[in-house]
Unconditional design. Structure first.
Length: 197
């Protein structure tokens, strides 16, 4: 197995946002050519975050260094942080984003779709998975959040991803009943297959 093939999966459970973000940044700064890629699967307690280009001024949101605008994380949502060396994998950022989206689309048995100019995955116009990454020296971190079985009401307090009136949905409302842990495992497996292809 080469380093390109090796991916470490960390199942972190429910963890606070800020320490996890700081850990991702520290990992990315400290890694070198020999550091295996990592996938962190987790949930966050309720938190709003705004990406570096976000225009939202929602007072409760934490401003962070990923792409994208405002989103909400909470229990019942799978968060998959993708600490991947894109240079080592000879992968462009756009290709990586497409792989992340495709892993979710495959998980939803093809029911999801992309929207041009609006990263993430949608079902009948409603967003089910948000995506935002940061790339430093060719190494990606942050990742995606997939709504599984959660309270969607907090999304109503914001313009999700900066789009007024954007509806959100979740797997449970599509009749796809599965635990957050099971969805996280499946999502990791699908993404690892795509990264190693």
């Amino acid at each position: 197995m080469t380093l390109v093939d090796e991916i470490v999966v960390k199942r972190l459970g429910r963890v606070e946002y800020l320490p996890t973000w700081h850990a991702m940044r520290a990992f990315t700064r400290a890694r070198d050519e020999a550091t295996p890629d990592e996938l962190w699967v987790l949930e966050h307690p309720p938190v709003y975050t705004v990406g570096q280009g976000g225009k939202s001024s929602f007072p409760e949101a934490i401003r962070i260094d990923r792409g994208g605008d405002i989103t909400y994380h909470g229990p019942g949502q799978v968060v998959l942080y993708t600490l991947v060396d894109l240079v080592r994998r000879s992968m462009k950022v756009k290709t990586f984003v497409c792989l992340l989206e495709q892993a979710v689309i495959d998980l939803l048995d093809g029911r999801g779709e992309r929207k041009p100019g609006a990263p993430g995955v949608y079902v009948d116009g409603a967003k089910i998975a948000a995506l935002g990454i940061r790339v430093v020296r060719g190494r990606a971190y942050h990742g995606l959040a997939l709504n599984v079985d959660m309270d969607l009401a907090p999304f109503g307090r914001i313009d999700p991803c900066g789009y007024p009136g954007l509806r959100v949905t979740q797997m449970k409302d599509l009749g796809l009943d599965a635990s957050v842990d099971a969805v996280g495992e499946r999502l990791c497996g699908l993404l690892m297959e795509k990264l190693d292809a």
